[in-house]
Design a protein around this ligand. Structure first.
Ligand SMILES: Cc1cc2nc3c(=O)[nH]c(=O)nc-3n(C[C@H](O)[C@H](O)[C@H](O)COP(=O)(O)O)c2cc1C
Length: 178
């Protein structure tokens, strides 16, 4: 199984959570970590490069910090531009079919906030429904999201531990669809 980690963080060098996660997972074989913001500082996504990366991998991880209960803007742009007619859907558009899509999300708000009774009133899985629906639309398999809540309250030791949990979860070939 080949795994592609698409990291959508506007400034990974100033990140805590996402930096720990991507630095840990990139140590493993058959893993490609692709920092999409760093690849396209002008925001112009190279569609062919991105489509080729998808075609070469089996499991695609969408890793990002939660920004206003969604992903940073470049992920939306990436979805709009890379998922094209004739490639991902429509006539002969089958290139995402059978791939596994796994969201990996960090949040500033603690886990208790992401409950129906809490501050946010929704949990992360509910807020990720558009990505889940997109996964369904292109015939990919949606895997249960990996979430690290309350990044600001995590010590370096805890983040190191979370990064190890991330790897054992995200690289488990037997992960089943959500
Ligand atoms: C523009 C912006 C919007 C944010 N929106 C949310 C949000 O909606 N929910 C949340 O829990 N945290 C939010 N945060 C906090 C980030 O999710 C948090 O700082 C990030 O997950 C930490 O990861 P990092 O250390 O890799 O940057 C936001 C941060 C920024 C800069």
């Amino acid at each position: 199984m080949k795994t592609l980690v698409l990291v959508f963080h506007p400034n990974i060098t100033e990140s805590n959570g996402n930096r720990y996660l991507s630095q840990e997972i990139k140590k493993y074989p058959n893993v490609t970590v692709h920092d999409v913001y760093a690849a396209y500082p002008d925001g112009k996504v190279d569609i062919k490069t991105e489509q080729q990366l998808i075609e070469e991998h089996d499991r695609i991880i969408f890793q990002f910090p939660f920004y206003w209960y969604s992903a940073p803007a470049l992920l939306k742009k990436w979805l709009e531009e890379v998922i094209t007619h004739g490639w991902a859907f429509g006539t002969n558009g089958d290139k995402m079919q059978g791939k596994e899509f796994l969201p990996a999300v960090t949040t500033g708000v603690d886990q208790e906030g992401y409950t129906h009774e809490g501050l946010v009133k929704f949990n992360v899985s509910e807020l990720l429904r558009p990505l889940e629906a997109t996964t369904n639309f292109v015939g990919a398999h949606y895997l249960t999201p990996f979430v690290v809540h309350g990044i600001g309250h995590q010590s370096d030791e805890q983040l190191t531990e979370k990064a190890k949990e991330y790897v054992s979860y995200a690289l488990n070939p037997k992960l089943i669809a959500a």
